[in-house]
Design a protein around this ligand. Structure first.
Ligand SMILES: [Zn+2]
Length: 321
């Protein structure tokens, strides 16, 4: 909230941002232009929620000290499922101790400020729409490709929410019903065929028996090998680009958005995939003006999720809301 006596134009709105992932929690102070002023991170404790809240509070105090500012509000982005409007955690597989807990209420009480929570894909989508590559794009789909595929959808400047505020799972639309089994219940989801681990799995299943790099590869290493013209790695990249392209083309056919913003660790090698993705879009999106959908890379860098957490606060409580 604005400090009493300040004019609206001088508001600082230094937001304490909390990004809760399955393996680490990042905390930082983000100004009202989306700039990270200070940050810290710690491993996520999947079982002990109370200790985790104390740790987050400690990191918020430390980072606000370092930034030399008071926290005006707290924004949280988290791996899901979470209930954005109540702030309560749902049935998050790998955070059993957090189930039904409410970090929004707990942190708001500790710091006596307003707090808000969104799924981390939605938080990052809000950040790219507000401060990043999606600025001035009314219809935007944010896609992050890393160990999984997630994202968020912004329509006419508003975060798209499903029934009861549910977060749609774009990584779990099926691109090959004969594909690998997925934990969601289907086979051949986009995530199971195009996230980083799928590249490694493809090599394990298809590389020649004597392939020297077998058994110790990551998606990043495969991309590096492909740059060195390694034949097997190039095939893996072609396979990856094909499935990335199918998913992106599906999103264009379904939504015809102004922009699709691509992010995540696999997209650090986007130059290896983009040409193929564009050619798939040209061949398969003939009934929509696909050439008008801009395919762009996320612009906020590795702090996108943290910046997104801060943007959650602005989206919920900021000017004009
Ligand atoms: Zn799935």
């Amino acid at each position: 909230m604005a400090t009493a006596g300040k004019m609206p134009a001088e508001r600082d709105d230094m937001i304490g941002a909390v990004d809760i992932g399955g393996t680490k929690i990042a905390v930082g102070i983000v100004d009202n232009q989306g700039k990270v002023l200070s940050k810290m991170e710690a491993p996520t404790d999947p079982n002990r929620y109370s200790d985790s809240i104390e740790l987050i509070a400690h990191m918020l105090r430390k980072t606000s000290q370092r930034a030399g500012s008071e926290i005006e509000g707290i924004g949280i982005g988290s791996t899901g499922p979470v209930e954005p409007m109540s702030g309560q955690f749902g049935d998050v597989d790998f955070l059993p101790g957090w189930r039904a807990k409410n970090p929004v209420n707990d942190l708001a009480q500790i710091f006596s400020v307003r707090a808000a929570l969104e799924n981390d894909g939605d938080a990052a989508a809000l950040a790219e729409a507000g401060w990043g590559a999606g600025r001035n794009r009314k219809r935007l789909i944010y896609v992050t490709v890393g160990t999984g595929i997630g994202g968020g959808i912004i329509l006419d400047g508003q975060l798209y929410r499903g029934v009861d505020g549910a977060h749609p799972e774009i990584g779990h639309h099926v691109v090959d019903p004969n594909g690998p089994e997925c934990t969601c219940g289907f086979r051949g989801c986009w995530e199971s065929l195009a996230a980083g681990p799928a590249m490694v799995a493809w090599i394990e299943a298809n590389a020649p028996a004597n392939y020297e790099h077998r058994g110790r590869l990551t998606a990043k290493a495969i991309c590096q090998l492909a740059r060195g013209r390694d034949r097997t790695a190039l095939q893996a990249v072609e396979h990856e680009a094909f499935y990335l392209g199918l998913g992106v083309a599906n999103l264009i056919n379904l939504f015809t958005p102004d922009a699709i913003v691509l992010s995540g660790s696999v997209m650090k090698s986007a130059d290896l995939f983009l040409e193929r993705i564009h050619s798939l879009i040209r061949s398969g999106c003939r009934f929509v003006p696909a050439e008008k959908t801009k395919l762009t890379l996320a612009s906020l860098g590795e702090d996108t999720n943290l910046i997104g957490a801060a943007r959650v606060w602005h989206y919920r409580f900021g000017e004009g809301k």
